[in-house]
Design a protein around this ligand. Structure first.
Ligand SMILES: CC(C)(COP(=O)(O)OP(=O)(O)OC[C@H]1O[C@@H](n2cnc3c(N)ncnc32)[C@H](O)[C@@H]1OP(=O)(O)O)[C@@H](O)C(=O)NCCC(=O)NCCS
Length: 178
């Protein structure tokens, strides 16, 4: 079996639109609350990635996990563009194909994104996710701090409203005792 590789996509033109569209459709088909109602059409999924790709190389950093030629995972961090917020970014759309879950792909994507965020001098990452989901357990396990939950914030692909949980990760340790 080919090895899983994690790759940062640095140019808009290098974004594998078709593979990422399939990944997003798979997540929505699997019931994940990732911004869309189901069923998600290939056109809608591709349009999302086209728009995302346009920001790559500017304020958005994108990673894909690939098993051979197949895109099996992805994550992105979007840097705040406000003058007083350029030290922070939002981690978005951590997705792993259902057929590839439980093999550490999300862990490797998160390692890459957090490490890169540190390397470019970001000090704070934030994210929101479906409260009570497996993803929430993944973030907690990695040391992300939960701020709280907002009830009925977003819809599942079915349209049912669910609570959203908010998390942050400080990338610089607080100053120790003097
Ligand atoms: C959440 C998600 C990204 C996890 O991807 P994954 O590649 O299966 O995760 P990993 O294999 O890296 O596992 C991460 C951790 O979760 C644990 N885990 C994985 N699958 C699990 C399961 N079914 N039950 C319990 N724990 C599980 C792993 O043991 C690992 O913990 P560890 O570091 O202590 O070993 C994946 O389930 C997914 O794409 N879900 C749908 C999309 C989604 O909700 N994304 C979040 C949007 S904010």
């Amino acid at each position: 079996m080919p090895q899983v590789t994690i790759r940062r996509i640095a140019d808009a033109g290098a974004v594998p639109l078709a593979g990422l569209a399939s990944l997003l459709i798979d997540a929505v088909d699997g019931g994940a609350s990732v911004g869309f109602l189901g069923p998600l059409s290939p056109d809608e999924a591709t349009a999302y990635w086209r728009e995302t790709a346009a920001a790559v190389g500017r304020h958005l950093h994108l990673w894909v996990a690939e098993d051979g030629e197949a895109v099996i995972g992805s994550v992105q961090i979007a840097r705040c563009e406000k003058p007083n917020g350029r030290h922070r970014a939002e981690l978005q759309k951590l997705l792993v194909a259902r057929s590839a879950r439980g093999r550490g792909v999300a862990t490797r994507l998160m390692d890459a994104a957090e490490q890169y965020a540190r390397s470019i001098g970001l000090r704070l990452l934030v994210l929101d996710t479906h409260a009570g989901s497996l993803a929430e357990a993944v973030y907690q396990h990695r040391g992300w701090i939960k701020v709280g939950e907002v009830p009925e914030y977003a819809g599942l692909p079915s349209g049912d409203l669910i609570a959203t949980a908010y998390y942050y990760l400080l990338l610089t340790p607080p100053p120790g005792p003097r």
